[in-house]
Design a protein around this ligand. Structure first.
Ligand code: PEP
Length: 255
């Protein structure tokens, strides 16, 4: 992290986990532990059905709220979808777009991810754009090409100016939920690539863009990853469901 230049961010992606009682217990513990009160920004991204209750519980705390996905369309006949306006209305500030699980399991293309990014931006939500290569892509040395292709699709649709109010998360697919983390050097290399691409368009925006690392981050490895100059925090899956782990990761981002 580069102190002073960018406020570190730690976002917890709860995925499709938890009951109303479990969500309430987790948020209660995060608040008790003072999560969000340090130098880093802390955000939780519960499932859609838990957003309203978590929003109420977070009132007065320093923990922000995000959603895990958004519909690319404006309100209308889209059964089962949730619009960006609805997310903004319910109190979300952030929304994850292009998570690798959405890309791989639900067939989301680079084009659709770009449209979701635009929908979020239209409603003043901050998109957390996920990019990252699969193991097969890394092994055939395609990491750079894949990450730039995913990033360029959004740059082409939204323009570099949109990244003034966006976050990028580098999440190597082979590190998500596997317990296998990218080394700090591997993360730094791709983070610098991402920042460099934005910098080709707008150096000021690139310098203030937060690039998070995601993929099996836990309390034990967070500080090392966050010590890299272009790693500005983390997108946390499994470890965000444990209050003590998430609090420790946030503390590591506090510096
Ligand atoms: C994620 O799904 O965004 C993620 C990083 O998961 P995990 O931390 O469990 O690898």
């Amino acid at each position: 992290m580069s102190p002073g230049l960018r406020k570190p961010l730690v976002a917890g992606n709860w995925k499709m986990h938890g009951s109303t009682a479990e969500a309430a217990r987790l948020v209660g513990e995060l608040i008790t532990r003072g999560v969000g009160k340090g130098a880093a920004e802390a955000v939780v991204c519960p499932s859609f059905v838990h957003l309203a209750q978590v929003r109420l519980q977070l009132e007065g705390s320093q923990v922000g709220l995000g959603a895990q996905d958004v519909c690319a369309e404006e309100p209308g006949a889209h059964t089962g979808e949730v619009s960006a306006g609805m997310l903004a209305d319910i109190g979300c500030r952030y929304v994850i777009v292009g998570h690798s699980e959405r890309r791989a399991l639900y067939g989301e293309s680079d084009g659709l991810v770009a449209r979701k990014f635009l929908a979020a931006a239209r409603h003043a939500l901050v998109p957390i754009l996920c990019v990252g290569e699969s193991l097969e892509e890394r092994e055939r040395d395609a990491t750079r090409a894949v990450v730039l292709r995913q990033l360029d699709a959004v740059l082409a649709a939204a323009g570099s100016g949109a990244f003034a109010r966006a976050v990028v998360a580098y999440e190597p697919v082979w590190a998500i939920g596997t317990g296998r983390t990218a080394t700090p050097a591997q993360a730094q290399e791709v983070h610098a690539l991402i920042r460099g691409r934005i910098s080709e368009k707008d150096a000021m925006i690139a310098a203030s863009l937060r690039v998070l690392y995601g993929g099996s981050v836990k309390a034990a490895n967070a500080a090392e990853l966050f010590s890299m100059p272009d790693v500005d925090g983390g997108l946390i899956g499994g470890a965000s469901l444990k209050a003590d782990e998430f609090a420790s990761i946030c503390a590591a981002a506090d510096g």
